[in-house]
Each structure stands twice: as structure tokens, then as C-alpha cells.
Design a protein around this ligand. Structure first.
Ligand SMILES: CC(=O)N[C@H]1[C@@H](OP(=O)(O)OP(=O)(O)OC[C@H]2O[C@@H](n3ccc(=O)[nH]c3=O)[C@H](O)[C@@H]2O)O[C@H](CO)[C@@H](O)[C@@H]1O[C@H](C)C(=O)N[C@@H](C)C(=O)O
Ligand SMILES: Nc1ncnc2c1ncn2[C@@H]1O[C@H](COP(=O)(O)OP(=O)(O)OP(=O)(O)O)[C@@H](O)[C@H]1O
Ligand SMILES: N[C@H](CCC(=O)O)C(=O)O
Length: 450
């Protein structure tokens, strides 16, 4: 769609909304920026716009707004079934997400990654590999860098490596990566997507505009993705931590290998890299499959995988205080992610859990304690729900705390020499913190102050 002189309303004044207005200004559109949060001030939004022009509306929208607007662009945090979006859909105003808006202007090749867990790690790794091959590489999306803010820098010979969340995939229409990946699909964000079927379908949308000339990298050990392989419109390349696929990257013993169906080659040994845990071997396999599909030479891929270091807030070592090892896995924002972090611990562990309620069940979280977790300190909206799950499985050693400072004090007082303390809450941070980064940073600060 040509947007010059079109009236476009952007919903949300976060990273995506501000990036979208910047792009729309450059594209010559006449903009409105709207935010439903009445506590926001016009001045603050104006400052964030950094000279870009947009009519600012906060709180309630004028009744006739749908008649004035040619296109609605929504931020990922805005549910597609929210009354405002429904109002525009009813008036037949097209609704795009910020990703679709950016895609409209991307001149280069796109590599896009989704999945419940491992997206940021894999995107950062793929970004690093592709950048080592071609400087003109832009790493964007759910990783925290708005796609709209970068897309005008793309060119015919550039690469965009995009982390795409399920929220963002709800509002794509023509978005077409040459290489896509779905890392895994396990329950998360069910308060937004309502059912697992809906959540899986949304993730699978990453390949909906791909053809057999494109590649979609899928996890062979994920039941839903294994099924999806036969109906995926792109050529499927697999990855597996357990067995050799027909075509794809896989773990065999301590080796990561790749087969193209005829030749089988050793890529590297897991001890040659800085990432720990089988889940990270899967992320590496996915990154290898994607970058090989994008035509990056093996020597560059292997060199960059060996160099790559874990991203902050993901099983991050913080400090050892009084012979107690502290780890920050604030990014453990759903039960599956936190199970991986618990499995990676090699000491008796005091675990910190609980946070914003996304509708998750915590059975697998509590089952993963398996004699390793000696105490659980609970905070946030889900504290009672997790405690009830502990009762169900006979795990008695849990306590409640009011804030993170109290949590760290309880952990320090309860830990024996040689123990680990792990913040891996299995929940989002919202409600108590702005985001998981703030939660992780505060945890690190309190630990360092012990
Ligand atoms: C919730 C979410 O998906 N956030 C992603 C988004 O960040 P952004 O700052 O634009 O946040 P947003 O929540 O979409 O928009 C926030 C603004 O929208 C307003 N808002 C929100 C909902 C609504 O119904 N109405 C409304 O007006 C809020 O008042 C706020 O002012 O775009 C960024 C750039 O692409 C992403 O990095 C960021 O992912 C974060 C890290 C995230 O938590 N993602 C989830 C999906 C995840 O990883 O699991
Ligand atoms: N492949 C994987 N499978 C399962 N769990 C994983 C995998 N990779 C990482 N994790 C776990 O998930 C946590 C988050 O990792 P990462 O940030 O890379 O994922 P993400 O998909 O970007 O998360 P989110 O969608 O919440 O932004 C890590 O701390 C780790 O415990
Ligand atoms: N990845 C978001 C992050 C939440 C947060 O920042 O705490 C989630 O899982 O819900």
C-alpha cells in the first residue's frame, strides 16, 4: 500500500509505536498516535516522537475516528480482539501490525525466527553470523529493536534478521521471509491467544507467504512442528537434539552435525562453544540450519558459533556470596523455560518463582524440582497458584515474599554453603516490574549488595 498522504493511526507509544511514526513520517503519511493509558502525558509522548509529526490522542477516542483513518497500525501489545481494533475492523479499515508496516519497505532478504523459547538467543546468534558475512545486517523485532526504526536502512544486498513473537504474527499479511524458523511451541501467552490451537496456528503463520523456493527450519522433536512439516508451504529443513533428520542440523553425542541428504558433515563439538544445556544446542542447530539455508559459508558459521556468549538474563551467573552461587534467569518467563534453567543447575537450589499470570499451569515446573530444589520463594500474582501446585505434588518447602529485596534476603538467610540461588520465575514480570530486564537488574543489584 502506498502511504504517502494517507491518514494512519498508530496504537501504542512504546518502541513499536514510536518506530512506526518515524517510518510513516518519512513515508509522507499524515499520522495520529494513540495510547489507551490515560496516565501518560502528552509532553512525554511528544518528547519520544523526537520532532516527528503526529496528532497525539490519549485515553478515549473520538466517536467518528474510524471515518478519518485509512490504515490502523497496532503495536504487538495490543490484542487483535480488543474493542478498539474490532471497531476499526468493523469499519473495514485495514489493520496492520508494526512488522507488516516495516515489511512494506524492506528491500533486502529477511530471515525470521519465532518459537516459544530461545528466540532471542537464536536471533542474536543468527544476527552475529550473518553480520560477519555481510555488514549490512539488521537485527530487529521482539529482541527489542523496532523493525520500523531500521527498515529504511535496508538495500537490495542487506539482510534483516527478525525475532518475531506470536503477538506480532497475528497482524502480518504479506510478510515473507526467505528463511524462517519455528523453534518450539509450548503453552505460553494463553491469556492472549486463548487456546493452544490458536497459539500454534499464529506461530505457524511465519511461513504462510513462503513458497518451496524458501526454507522453513523446524524442530523435529516438537510434536506439533513435526506434524506441521508436512503442510508447511516452504521447503522444510529440520533440527534435532536427538536424531539425524533427512535434511538438517542435529546433535550426535557431543557433536553438532549437518546433513543435506547426501553429505553429512561435522560442524563443531559442543565443548567448543560458550552455551550450556541441550536447549542451547537446539538453538545452535536451528541457527546453523538457517544460516546454511541463507548461503553463509561453513567457516563463518562455525567461527561465530564458537565466539557467541549467552545473552543477559538467561541463566546468567551473577556472583558467589558466602559460598552460595547466584544465577539470574529472569527471562525464564514461562514454565518450559524455567524447567530448562532448573535442569542446568548442578547444586542444591533455592528457586525464586512467581509473577504475572498468563494462564500457565505449573505442574511441569514443580515436577522439575526432583530433589534439586530445596526451597521455593514465591512472589507476585501467581504465588498462590504455584503454592497450590506444590501442595498437589507434596513439595512443602515454599514461602511467600512481598518484594524482590525480601526474596533475596530470605534466600541468603536460608542457603547453605555450596547451594545455588536461581531466579527463574516461570512467569512474566509485569505487575511488579516494567519488564524482565528490570526484574533481573534489581535481582543482580540486591545480590551484589549482600
Ligand atoms: C508486549 C510486547 O510484545 N512488546 C514488544 C513491543 O514493545 P512496545 O514497547 O512497542 O510495547 P507494546 O506493549 O506493544 O506497546 C506499549 C504501548 O501500547 C499501549 N497499549 C497497549 C495495549 C493496548 O491495548 N492499548 C495500548 O494503548 C500501552 O499503553 C503502551 O504505551 O515491540 C518491541 C519491538 O518489536 C518488542 O521488543 C517488545 O517485546 C517484549 C520484549 C515482549 O515482552 N514480548 C513478548 C511477546 C515476549 O517476548 O514474550
Ligand atoms: N530452545 C529452547 N527451548 C526451551 N527453552 C529455552 C530454549 N532456549 C532458551 N530457553 C529458555 O528460555 C529462556 C529465554 O530464552 P530466550 O530469551 O532466548 O527466548 P525467547 O523466545 O526470546 O523468550 P521470549 O519469547 O519470552 O522473549 C532462557 O532463559 C532459557 O531458560
Ligand atoms: N517475554 C515476555 C516478557 C515479560 C516480561 O518482560 O516480564 C513474556 O513472556 O511474557
Amino acid at each position: 500500500m502506498e502511504l504517502n498522504n494517507k491518514k494512519v493511526m498508530v496504537v501504542g507509544t512504546g518502541i513499536s509505536g514510536i518506530g512506526a511514526i518515524d517510518l510513516l513520517n518519512k513515508a509522507g503519511a499524515d499520522c495520529i498516535i494513540y495510547d489507551g493509558n490515560e496516565k501518560l502525558s502528552r509532553e512525554d509522548i511528544s518528547k519520544k516522537l523526537k520532532g516527528n509529526k503526529a496528532e497525539i490522542i490519549i485515553g478515549k477516542l473520538p466517536e467518528d475516528i474510524t471515518n478519518q483513518v485509512d490504515l490502523l497500525v497496532i503495536s504487538p501489545g495490543v490484542p487483535v480482539d480488543s474493542p478498539i481494533v474490532e471497531q476499526f475492523k468493523k469499519a473495514e479499515v485495514p489493520v496492520w501490525g508494526e512488522i507488516e508496516l516495516a515489511y512494506n519497505y524492506d528491500k533486502g532478504r529477511i530471515i525470521a525466527i519465532t518459537g516459544t523459547n530461545g528466540k532471542t538467543t537464536t536471533t542474536a546468534l543468527v544476527g552475529q553470523i550473518v553480520k560477519a558475512y555481510n555488514e549490512k545486517t539488521f537485527v530487529v523485532g521482539n529482541i527489542g529493536n523496532s523493525y520500523t526504526g531500521e527498515v529504511l536502512n535496508t538495500s537490495n544486498d542487506s539482510y534483516t534478521v527478525a525475532e518475531i513473537s506470536s503477538f506480532q504474527l497475528e497482524t502480518i499479511h504479506k510478510f515473507h521471509p526467505v528463511v524462517s524458523a519455528i523453534l518450539n511451541i509450548t503453552p505460553d501467552h494463553l491469556n492472549r491467544h486463548h487456546t493452544m490451537e490458536c497459539y500454534s496456528k499464529t506461530k505457524e503463520n511465519i511461513s504462510m507467504n513462503q513458497t518451496k523456493d524458501d526454507v522453513c527450519v523446524l524442530n523435529m522433536e516438537d510434536e506439533e512442528l513435526y506434524r506441521f512439516g508436512s503442510e508447511c508451504p516452504a521447503k522444510v529443513v529440520w533440527f534435532s537434539s536427538k536424531r539425524k533428520p533427512e535434511i538438517g542440523a542435529y546433535v550426535q553425542g557431543d557433536d553438532i552435525r549437518y546433513t543435506d541428504g547426501t553429505t553429512d558433515e561435522l560442524m563443531l563439538n559442543v565443548h567448543d562453544m560458550n552455551l550450556l544445556g541441550t536447549h542451547n544446542y537446539e538453538n545452535v542447530c536451528a541457527a546453523i540450519a538457517m544460516t546454511k539455508a541463507a548461503g553463509i559459508p561453513d567457516d563463518i558459521i562455525v567461527q561465530q558459533v564458537k565466539k557467541f556468549k549467552a545473552v543477559e538474563h538467561r541463566i546468567e551467573y551473577v556472583a558467589t556470596k558466602n559460598d552460595v552461587w547466584y544465577y539470574n534467569d529472569s527471562k525464564g518467563t514461562n514454565p518450559e523455560a524455567s524447567v530448562k534453567a532448573i535442569e542446568a543447575m548442578v547444586r542444591p537450589t533455592i528457586l525464586i518463582g512467581g509473577g504475572y499470570d498468563k494462564g500457565s499451569e505449573f505442574d511441569m515446573y514443580v515436577k522439575a524440582f526432583k530433589g534439586k530444589v530445596k526451597k521455593l520463594v514465591l512472589i507476585g500474582q501467581t504465588a498462590n497458584k504455584i503454592a497450590q501446585t506444590c501442595d498437589k505434588y507434596g513439595f512443602k518447602d515454599y514461602v511467600f515474599a512481598n518484594d524482590l529485596k525480601e526474596v533475596v534476603d530470605i534466600c541468603a538467610a536460608s542457603a547453605d554453603k555450596g547451594d545455588a540461588v536461581l531466579l527463574s520465575p516461570a512467569c512474566a514480570s509485569w505487575g511488579m516490574f516494567d519488564n524482565y530486564e528490570q526484574r533481573g537488574d534489581m535481582f543482580k543489584q540486591y545480590v551484589n549488595e549482600l
